[in-house]
Design a protein. Sequence first.
Length: 179
Amino acid sequence: MRNEYLNKVEDNASVCTWSEKTQLEKGDSVTEVYTSELLDFTRINSTQNEFQELRNIWAQWDDKAKQLFYQNYGDLPYLLDVKVDKHLFRAMVQFWNPVYSCFTFGDVDLVPTLEEYTTLLRCPRIQGHKAYVRPASLPTFTKKLVMITRMSEQWAIARVQQKGDSKCIPWAVLRDLIK
């Protein structure tokens, strides 16, 4: 176990060295005229949705159905048990630098590891050995809905609603699909 830890520490040091060398050779990824600075004010609007109905549906499924869901959607069900700590998010967002996708504390930039995020979010069941990646081009809300529900695009377009800046679908529509 100790050797595994030391190998990771050595690997982390190698990554840090490589990162610093690459930035010195190739320069920054943002335009020269950009000055990185944190915002003076950040508006946070957080709502914790009620997931009890989803938890009940999940509890009704047998192990085979749950396994199939895990194969298709990964660790998504673990998020049903995550309690959002509003105070933590408010503290974290003050230091989030969206241009560099990292936290900035003075002259120090930090990018938490997956293990650190799972600890902060109190979600220990996320599997650290898996790669969680975000695709370069994200599908639209309607396309995602079509892929998840396996319904037609016309079906999705007819049910998608606009709420402020976001698109959404009524919970009753999704609940009827699940049952």
